[in-house]
Design a protein around this ligand. Structure first.
Ligand SMILES: C[S@@+](CC[C@H](N)C(=O)[O-])C[C@H]1O[C@@H](n2cnc3c(N)ncnc32)[C@H](O)[C@@H]1O
Length: 260
């Protein structure tokens, strides 16, 4: 078992009474509503309890915060680093094994590994990309315009009108307090490409919850895991966005969301 996240997360007020043991708190849902669940946990600790499904995830890129403004924020501690590191070693020793373990139980996967650590992952069946003409960051050879997508498993549309494996991204990501959220519309496109209505989508490196928000919009079931409580809170808020605060049911609000 890996060290539990720094604080205990409680999914809903209704669950609070059921959980009577500290050891269970690290795997109790932080948020659970309408088929969407967030675990505030280290992904390594919860892989075994996840149901079968498909993986859509955007793990740590291993770039030490990248270059330019992002790197400055990173060095100044602007990233919430609860027990993880944005290094190649971390990607190799944590992110790759988590993805590998999920590939063994899941029918399909799309992973956006970034460029630097791309080759650490198991060989994919196909590759696509999110092409960002205005650049998403910059690297040793100039502005980075490509975010690779690794595809695993079989395309359920193959032979029946397959879709492109990549997409141009011109929309900006929402500024939500996470250092690198994916643009929602691009992520919704990718989710629609890799998942079918009845399937459960697993995101072991959830960040600010773009996968879960896309799942909600597409009426899919999804489970997100995030080691940082701050990012769990952001994700929970994004999921609650269409609920009028005046009329929302307190029993369905997360403790984290209530703190702010
Ligand atoms: C590249 S970000 C994902 C961003 C996300 N796609 C979004 O749109 O917000 C990767 C996330 O993985 C989280 N993380 C790192 N190690 C983790 C671990 N062992 N278990 C769960 N989450 C982890 C980090 O806190 C970070 O938020």
């Amino acid at each position: 078992m890996n060290p539990a996240p720094s604080s205990s997360a409680i999914a809903t007020d209704s669950n609070a009474g059921v959980i009577g043991c500290d050891a269970l708190l690290s795997v109790a849902p932080y948020y659970e509503r309408g088929g969407i669940t967030i675990y505030h946990a280290d992904a390594r600790d919860v892989i075994d309890m996840l149901p079968d499904g498909l993986v859509l995830t955007d793990p740590v890129y291993g770039i030490n915060g990248g270059k330019g403004g992002d790197a400055k924020d990173y060095r100044k501690g602007g990233y919430e680093m609860d027990g993880w590191a944005d290094t190649e070693e971390y990607v190799q020793s944590v992110c790759v094994p988590v993805v590998q373990a999920l590939l063994e139980k899941c029918v399909r996967a799309a992973v956006t590994p970034g460029i630097r650590c791309l080759n650490f992952y198991p060989r994919p069946v196909d590759m696509g990309c999110l092409w960002t003409p205005a650049a998403c960051t910059h690297g040793p050879w100039g502005f980075t315009t490509m975010q690779p997508i690794l595809y695993y498993g079989k395309d359920f549309r193959a032979g029946k009108g397959a879709l492109p494996s990549g997409r141009a991204v011109t929309e900006a990501s929402e500024k939500n307090g996470h250092p690198c959220p994916k643009p929602l519309s691009a992520w919704t496109w990718l989710m629609d490409k890799v998942s079918q209505q009845e399937e459960t989508i697993l995101d072991p490196f959830m960040g600010s919850g773009t996968t879960l928000r896309a799942a909600k919009d597409l009426n899919r079931k999804a489970i997100g895991i995030e080691i940082s409580e701050r990012y769990c809170e952001i994700a929970a808020r994004r999921l609650a966005q269409d609920v009028l605060p005046l009329f929302s049911d307190n029993a369905e609000r997360t403790r984290g969301a209530n703190n702010h």
